[in-house]
Design a protein around this ligand. Structure first.
Ligand code: UD1
Length: 429
């Protein structure tokens, strides 16, 4: 397994190009299952998760052409997906266990084929993460669903029927699955208490280009008039707001200045407000944003994660690293996932002063962190540890960086160009 070695304490200066959003790209790729025509996605990031979903889609018979060429490997910046014929409506455990978002094929397969078998994803480091909301909502649209031998077996032989779905809890994935399923269901579907993340808006925009009729985008109630068929389209994936927030914090934690080219700060207002309160200066331009400290040391402030438009849980670990070096104390409350403080014991190894009480962490800022070998437990935790390493005195080695590769495109290269002393230590195979 590769590791990342960082010698910290160097302020970052320069430009970082923000990649296309992983969390927007995944449902967009799954949407290709809804039509026999070609869906052309541009601004796709090069990431392990994109390659995993590409493999899932290939199993279903989707033809993928990356940058215009047929290819068997990972994602590229332009991806054409053609699901002319679904040859297999079963998503195997071996692929789904690698990435939970593979469950996003369930809604489209069921809507198009009237049948789907998708492995249950299993647990994950940050919580149990069930898919009950996806399944109940699909049942409301008339699907018959059984769990057998670790698989979700869903059928709707006469097609899905539009209905009102009231989500008891906001779920990004369930909203996306239902949005795709409802696009081909008969009649009207209303999704109440739907997630409002910008990635949902991006999916709705793409589905609309494919011929879907969706209203209420950006609100918590989405109304979809089902259509008999969808067609091909071209769509550019939105910039990654989590990558944007991560690099904004990299600039701040190292007391440097980064221009984040292509960043869309409009998708990140709550986080940017909090970061500004903590002492970041964010200057918007038509190219993106430039981030630095407003003056001196950062201040400890309290943050609670929430569904959009609240502070994103996917920035919580990075924010905690930032607060570990701030002046004063900070309370960080995690409301989305039950076990998303796995980075805390690792930050302790670097000298951070953090106490956990249930879903709240009290961070008492320190002037300096100290480099140490640490272990990444999940994608965003890894990014938090990299940030801490950039600020720490001495050497930090982040182990298990495959987590990072799932969601950050060329992170060590982007940071190195801006002056970080960072390198990937490849495993001897
Ligand atoms: C998506 C994002 C992930 C982000 C999360 C919350 C992708 C690929 N991933 O994950 O990066 O951290 O949103 O913003 O877009 N839940 C249930 N039952 C369900 C579904 C969810 O109880 O059927 C719970 C989850 O365990 C979690 C909460 O609802 O506690 C929110 O999860 P959800 O919004 O569904 O997250 P994902 O779509 O998996």
């Amino acid at each position: 397994m590769d590791r990342i070695r960082i010698r910290g304490g160097r302020p970052l200066h320069g430009q970082v190009r923000i990649s296309g959003s992983k969390n927007a790209a995944l449902p967009l790729m799954a949407a290709a299952l809804l039509t026999e025509e070609t869906l052309r996605l541009t601004n796709l990031p090069h990431l392990a998760d994109i390659a995993t979903l590409a493999n899932v889609l290939r199993q279903h018979g989707v033809e993928l052409r990356i940058n215009g060429e047929a290819e068997g490997g990972s994602g590229g910046s332009v991806l054409e997906l053609t699901a002319a014929r679904i040859i297999n409506a079963r998503a195997e455990y071996e692929l789904v266990r690698k990435m939970r978002a593979s469950v996003l094929v369930l809604g489209p397969l069921l809507a198009r084929q009237g049948y789907a078998e998708v492995s249950l994803p299993g647990g994950c480091a940050i919580g149990t993460r069930p898919v009950d909301l996806h399944l109940k909502a699909l049942e409301t649209l008339g699907a018959r669903i059984e769990l057998e031998e670790g698989y979700i077996k869903a059928e709707a032989p006469n097609g899905l029927k539009g209905a009102e779905v009231v989500f008891p809890k906001v779920s990004v994935g369930a909203t996306e699955n239902l949005l795709m399923a409802a696009a081909l269901a008969a009649g009207e579907t209303r999704l109440v208490n739907a997630a409002r993340e910008p990635e949902i808006g991006d999916l709705a925009a793409c589905l609309t280009k494919m011929g879907a009729a969706i209203t209420g985008v950006g609100t918590d109630t989405l109304t979809i008039q089902g259509v008999a068929r969808l067609h091909g389209a071209e769509h550019a994936v939105i910039p990654d707001r989590i990558e944007t927030g991560t690099y904004a914090m990299a600039a701040a934690i190292t007391d440097g200045e980064l221009e984040l080219v292509g960043a869309d700060v409009g998708q990140l207002r709550a986080a940017m407000e909090k970061l500004t309160e903590a002492g970041l200066r964010v200057v918007e331009s038509n190219r993106g944003i430039t981030v630095s400290r407003s003056n001196g040391r950062l201040r400890g402030i309290d943050v609670s994660t929430d569904p959009y438009p609240g502070f994103p849980t996917d920035l919580q670990a990075q924010f905690m690293a930032l607060m570990a070096t701030a002046d004063g104390a900070s309370m960080v409350t995690e409301t989305i996932f039950e076990n998303r403080f796995m980075h805390v014991p690792e930050l302790h190894r670097m000298g951070a002063n953090i106490t956990i009480d249930g879903s709240t962490a009290l961070v008492r800022g320190r002037e300096r962190l100290v480099g140490a070998p640490v272990m990444a437990s999940d994608l965003r935790a890894s990014a938090g540890l990299v940030l801490a390493g950039l600020a720490a005195e001495g050497e930090t080695v982040v182990n298990r960086v495959y987590h990072l590769d799932r969601g950050y495109e060329h992170m060590e290269e982007k940071l190195a160009v801006c002056g970080a002393d960072i390198e990937r230590v490849r495993e001897n195979r």
